[in-house]
Design a protein around this ligand. Structure first.
Ligand SMILES: C=CC1=C(C)c2cc3[nH]c(cc4nc(cc5[nH]c(cc1n2)c(C)c5CCC(=O)O)C(CCC(=O)O)=C4C)c(C)c3C=C
Ligand SMILES: [Fe+2]
Length: 532
């Protein structure tokens, strides 16, 4: 949701959490050493929804005239390889470059053993009463809030406080888009479509599973189903085109812990496709959507293409080496290159949305950019959500409602938004090809627990140099952020500070409040911030 500089809106909606309880017995809960809030749904297979389950304690277009750019370009920073010819050049040396370099529709690889595909996604609250426990799950994740080791034991408490304070504002957003996140439905549809595509391509008995990080169907449940189904070869495919520590990285760390903690999981032969923004099929599918939407403007060549990516705190990139920003810039350059080849040299901007809390996030911020563009005379703006492939709260509420209103207030007369890819047929087919191309890598390293080195690991040319190379989990997770440095928390329970000193004081007050609550809980034996 649109960041307000830190204020948390109160009182809009107070969701009832009756019946919601933390998990305590699932492998993930035990491994993470954290309570987790989960629904006691049956372990989900690919597309099985579990409505109403109870909560319990548990474990090419025609050539166009030259564009008249809408306003002076803002931050179109491109890091490398702006000129990439999707039909002939090899893709830039990104993570899954080897996969992308293969033929567009690879023939099915003869692989003995039943194949499974594990789709990783974030998950979202399905009902308003899910919002607070969903937020708890998000904020208790050490890849979202990374506290210094000495105070890490406070994270569940901190997560409870932040979730309780943010829930009303968050719930307002979910209420505005119909009372819940569409993420599960869309991800289930994507899973079914990928499975169909794999079958059409000759992989008859492949199964596709949805593994959400913060809501149903949880990752550990999906893996349990994978084992029950007798899958022998697993391709792990995050549904995030670009890699971030906070998204794909967080899910992969959880899976790594599950592999280590359960021999049945650890025995699964696997490979990971860490990111795939550079696949020509994805780039073409995005360019197709953009072209279609551009044609809805009175003067398509004058519309500025405004890529809005979900932000991450600066510290993730600068201190922890998150490749997210670099991959995002490269992704935008590839799409713009494809559009230029189609005769659409429109002006463009890349900005970052959805910041939460008082720390610095990647810049420029989407709201600032919209204001500047409006002030600079831009009258036609095409918003392109770029970090996520499904409609979700940040497209349906933040972009369609908040940013649209801001754009109109800033003088933009014509506003359109490119839809998310969802189950776009060519996109789905391309993901299925990515799976087929990754299959030869499955089991290269034996089981999930085998340590693999990246250099000379037999991964093929180019892959050894990638920031986050294709390979097994350990190799992959060892390739970045090795030190797991403490990072400034992106959010805190009190978020009204704009200045450095206000932030410091907020931090101190928050710490004192947390200690008082902790002492009260310890002395009274009652849970002051219980979610039920
Ligand atoms: C590439 C996508 C995403 C990145 C990177 C990311 C980082 C990140 N997010 C938060 C905090 C929140 N995210 C929330 C919702 C949310 N986030 C993503 C994607 C990325 N997040 C999606 C797709 C969704 C929506 C899911 C849905 O229900 O539709 C929320 C909850 C909503 C809200 O209150 O605004 C929070 C909070 C942080 C702190 C972070 C990086 C550290
Ligand atoms: Fe997010």
């Amino acid at each position: 949701m649109l960041a307000t500089g830190g204020h948390i809106a109160h009182g809009a909606h107070s969701s009832s959490l009756r019946g919601a309880e933390p998990c305590s017995s699932s492998p993930a809960c035990e491994l993470a050493g954290r309570r987790r809030w989960r629904r006691a749904a049956p372990a989900p297979a690919a597309a099985a929804a579990a409505p109403g389950s109870e909560w319990r304690r548990s474990g090419g277009g025609a050539r166009r005239p030259r564009a008249a750019p809408c306003a002076p370009a803002l931050s179109t920073g491109v890091s490398r390889s702006g000129a990439y010819n999707s039909s002939s050049d090899p893709p830039p040396g990104g993570a899954a470059a080897g996969a992308a370099a293969g033929p567009a529709a690879a023939p099915p690889v003869p692989t003995p053993g039943k194949v499974g595909v594990l789709l990783l996604n974030l998950g979202g609250p399905e009902k308003l009463e899910d919002v607070r426990p969903f937020l708890y799950n998000l904020f208790v994740d050490e890849d979202i809030i990374r506290l210094p080791p000495a105070v890490r034991f406070l994270q569940p408490l901190l997560a409870s406080v932040i979730a309780a304070l943010r829930a009303p504002k968050s719930a307002e957003g979910y209420a505005a888009i119909g009372g819940g996140s569409p993420l599960r439905r869309i991800t289930d549809e994507q899973a079914a479509a990928i499975r169909e595509s794999l079958r059409r391509k000759g992989l008859e008995d492949a199964e596709v599973y949805v593994a959400m990080r913060y809501w149903n169907p949880y990752t550990e449940e999906a893996l349990e189903q994978v084992v029950r189904d007798g899958i022998e070869k697993l391709v792990i495919l995050p549904l995030y085109p670009q890699f971030s520590i906070s998204t794909s990285g967080s899910s992969l760390r959880l899976i790594e812990a599950l592999f280590r903690g359960d021999p049945a999981f650890g025995a699964l032969q696997h490979t990971v496709i860490p990111s795939w923004y550079q696949r020509p099929g994805y780039v073409r599918a995005m360019a197709d959507l953009i072209e279609t939407e551009l044609d809805g403007f009175p003067s398509p060549e004058e519309a500025r293409i405004f890529f809005s990516a979900h932000g991450v705190p600066q510290s993730y990139v600068v201190e922890a080496g998150d490749p997210y920003k670099e991959e995002m810039e490269e992704c935008v350059a590839l799409i713009m290159g494809e559009l230029a080849r189609r005769g659409r040299p429109n002006a463009h901007t890349l900005a970052y949305q959805s910041r939460v809390g008082p720390v610095e996030w990647l810049k420029p911020y989407t709201d600032d950019s919209i204001r500047e563009l409006g002030a600079g005379g831009c009258r036609s703006l095409l918003a392109v959500p770029i970090s996520f492939v499904s409609e979700h709260i940040e497209t349906l509420e933040e972009i369609d409602m908040e940013y649209r209103e801001l754009a109109e207030e800033s003088g933009v007369r014509h506003w359109r938004r490119v839809p998310a890819l969802n189950t776009d047929a060519s996109f789905i087919d391309d993901l299925a090809d990515a799976v087929l191309e990754a299959l030869p890598h499955v089991g290269r390293f034996g089981g999930g627990r085998t340590a693999a080195t990246i250099s000379g690991g037999g991964l093929g040319p180019g892959l050894a140099d990638a920031a986050v190379p294709v390979g097994d989990l350990e190799a992959l997770l060892g390739a970045y952020d090795r030190e797991r440095r403490t990072l400034p928390a992106p959010v805190g329970p009190w978020e009204w500070g704009f200045t450095k000193s206000a932030e410091t004081w907020n931090g101190r007050i928050a710490m004192v409040a947390i200690i008082v609550i902790l002492l009260l809980e310890l002395t009274t034996g009652r849970s002051i911030l219980a979610l039920d």
